[in-house]
Design a protein around this ligand. Structure first.
Ligand SMILES: Cc1ncc(COP(=O)(O)O)c(C=O)c1O
Length: 285
């Protein structure tokens, strides 16, 4: 993380400079990798789809038996205070909730809430124009519905992703596809159905938005997708808050269709961008 002297963070009940924010080494996040987080985007000073991200943050905390030290309305106030202080109109806010300062290195204690804000930018246009190559790997995230801080497998595989000249790695188990380490996955079938895995995935907010937008124009389904379905798909793409929609044009050694981003994918990206722009016009600050 950048240690820009001008960035403020929320830590231990206060808004302080990032360079002054420290967590004690007894925190369960350090000792055991125990914690959850969430991340949302701010466009034109407006936090996009904030209620959806907050709902997921509280749900992840519940699933990991961690209690958020604020009710949602109070947490929102803190978020707006931080945004006011930082003044970064195009940015992302990350809320991390850790297992706390554990006496014995295993038993959770009062959770620590850390909130940071950083500038973000969209993926370069050429990534969307060209699409990406991905590789596949057999793995299922533990407690997939929770946005935990455990990205061990994804981080460990980064070297292999690079070695294969790919951009990301798609998890599957017994031939059934789930998600990427940090993104959700979609295919467009030959008869223009928009499909995304329904089980063992994090319910991405971008996934939700794309499903709703797609349902206005195409048959849409959240259910099992196999590697064979992917091999026969007309188009494929990934979704996430920072990446929005990125077309996938190659899986391991196999091209998808003609190896170019598909028209339904690009159409949905336009719709998603329009939805985000529409939200960003509701400038509440
Ligand atoms: C495991 C996982 N799946 C999917 C996503 C995409 O979710 P969202 O669209 O809410 O960013 C993320 C985001 O970080 C993630 O960590």
């Amino acid at each position: 993380m950048s240690s820009s002297p001008n960035l403020y963070v929320y830590h231990h009940g206060e808004i302080i400079l990032l360079q002054d924010a420290f967590l004690h080494i007894s925190d369960l996040a350090v000792q055991r990798g125990y914690g959850i987080f969430d991340f949302f985007k701010i466009q034109n000073n407006v936090p996009l789809f904030l209620d959806d991200y907050l709902a997921r943050f509280y749900e992840s905390a519940r699933l990991m038996d961690l209690s958020v030290p604020f009710a949602p309305a109070e947490l929102k106030k803190v978020l707006y205070q931080l945004m006011e202080k930082n003044q970064i109109p195009e940015s992302g806010i990350k809320m991390v909730l850790t297992g706390g300062y554990s006496e014995d290195g295993f038993t959770p204690a009062a959770p620590n809430l850390i909130i940071t804000q950083q500038p973000v930018s969209l993926p370069p246009a050429e990534v969307v124009e060209q699409g990406i190559k991905i590789i596949t790997y057999s793995f299922v995230r533990e407690l997939a519905q929770a946005k935990t801080i455990n990205y061990t497998t994804g981080i460990r595989l980064m070297k292999e992703v690079k070695a294969q000249n790919a951009t990301d790695v798609l998890y599957h188990h017994n031939n059934v596809i789930t998600e990427f380490p940090r993104c959700n996955f979609f295919i467009i079938t030959q008869d223009n159905q928009v499909r995304t895995p329904g089980e063992d995935v994090l319910k991405g907010i971008t996934r939700k938005n794309v499903l709703e937008l797609a349902a206005k124009k195409y048959p849409t389904e959240a259910g099992a997708i196999t590697l064979t379905d992917l091999a026969q798909a007309k188009e494929a793409f990934l979704t996430s808050t920072t990446k929005r929609i990125i077309p996938i044009v190659q899986v391991n050694d196999q091209l998808i269709s003609n190896g170019k981003p598909g028209s339904v994918t690009l159409d949905l990206l336009q719709d998603l961008a329009a939805l985000e722009n529409q939200q960003a016009m509701l400038n509440v600050l």
